[in-house]
Write a protein that binds this ligand. Structure first.
Ligand SMILES: C[S@@+](CC[C@H](N)C(=O)[O-])C[C@H]1O[C@@H](n2cnc3c(N)ncnc32)[C@H](O)[C@@H]1O
Length: 258
């Protein structure tokens, strides 16, 4: 374990100890908690080989979620691979906003990726009619697989921006990274995660503006964005209010399309 942590540190991995533990647990086929319960347990030759292979991938800066093929989000576990963005904690804000809708409301998510928001919402509010769409077939295939495995009834379709329909609320975590941020991104994002999930032009608002333009006036829209974009996003909507993540940063704005 010490050797593993050292090699991850040398590769510039930001959380070497945690990642080494997660990968060791995976190699042993146990839960991470079980590592602490029995810290002196034997590691078989097979497990040691598996651990070395996993470590090597992480040293190349492949994200842990892609190596393990899964990521937890709220109360569900999602299968993830390089066709989809790895769900982030700040995206829980979109779920929290959507949880406030009345019973049996229709909620649509644009840009489902792994399906994190739409599936977590349906899981927590089975009364809702939840649907989702993505412009990219690869992402949609991952979302469909997750819906099937989790046995959650969410209608998924391929579409750019908002597909026609009647919705009480539309939620979206569209790409919002500026072009000039791209070269400075950590390899986990810049090399491994799909660029179509991030890149959004010179000010990072191309995708958000495109989505707003595709929504009929009167559509209630909740958007994730980078904290410095909050004021501009509020300006795109009527009666807009921004919401802070647990870290106190304005990561989401909800309002009505004028
Ligand atoms: C930032 S990721 C969000 C994924 C997922 N909703 C999440 O929060 O983890 C953006 C997603 O939007 C999709 N996308 C990008 N542009 C789009 C567009 N114009 N219309 C629909 N989907 C789009 C991408 O394929 C990607 O899956």
């Amino acid at each position: 374990m010490r050797e593993g942590v050292r090699s991850l540190e040398a590769a510039g991995v930001p959380t070497p100890r945690l990642d080494a533990e997660l990968l060791m647990a995976e190699a042993l086929g146990i839960d991470r908690g079980a590592l602490f319960a029995a810290p002196e347990q034997e590691v078989s030759e097979d497990a040691a080989e598996a651990w070395a292979a996993l470590l090597e991938r992480r040293c190349e800066r492949e994200p842990v979620a892609y190596i393990l093929g899964r990521k937890g989000f709220r109360w569900i576990d999602l299968e993830v691979d390089s066709r989809v963005l790895i769900p982030r904690p700040e995206t829980e804000l979109l779920v929290e906003i959507a949880l406030d809708v009345p019973r049996h409301a229709r909620v649509h998510e644009v840009g489902v990726g792994s399906g994190a928001v739409a599936l977590a919402l349906k899981h927590e509010r089975p009364d809702l009619q939840v649907s989702g769409s993505d412009a990219y077939p690869g992402a949609l295939a991952v979302a469909r697989r997750n819906a099937e495995v989790l046995e959650l009834e969410v209608e998924l379709s391929e579409a750019r921006d908002l597909p026609a329909g009647d919705y009480d609320l539309v939620v979206a975590n569209m790409p919002y990274i500026r072009d000039d941020e791209w070269p400075g991104l950590a390899p986990e994002l810049g090399v491994y995660e799909p660029p179509e999930a991030f890149r959004a032009g010179a000010d990072g608002l191309d995708a958000i503006r495109g989505l707003v333009a595709s929504c009929p006036p009167g559509t209630r829209l909740a958007l994730e964005h980078a904290p410095p974009q909050a004021a501009t996003v509020r300006g795109l909507l009527s009666g807009a209010r921004s919401r802070c993540s647990l870290g106190g940063e304005e990561y989401a704005t909800v309002g009505v399309v004028p």
